[in-house]
Write a protein of this length. Structure first.
Length: 69
C-alpha cells in the first residue's frame, strides 16, 4: 500500500481551515465580544489552513522523492 498519511491529513485540515476562515469572515462581529473582540474563528481557521498546506507540501515532497528513486 502506497498511501502517505500526510496527504489525507493535509486535505482534511485544509478543508476545515477554509470552512472556518470563511465563517470567520462572514460572521457578525458582535459574537466575538466574549473573546475581547478577537475573531477566533478567523485566526484558528488560518492556523488550520496553514497547517494543512504544510502537510500537503510535505506529502508532495515525499511523493516526488519516492518517485525519483
Amino acid at each position: 500500500m502506497n498511501l502517505d498519511l500526510r496527504l489525507p491529513i493535509g486535505w482534511m485540515f485544509t478543508a476545515f481551515g477554509v470552512l472556518l476562515t470563511g465563517y470567520g469572515l462572514a460572521s457578525d462581529t458582535a459574537i466575538y465580544a466574549r473573546s475581547l473582540g478577537i475573531n477566533v474563528n478567523l485566526w484558528w481557521g488560518l492556523v488550520l489552513l496553514g497547517f494543512g498546506l504544510v502537510m500537503l507540501g510535505f506529502a508532495l515532497r515525499g511523493r516526488a522523492r519516492s518517485s525519483a528513486k
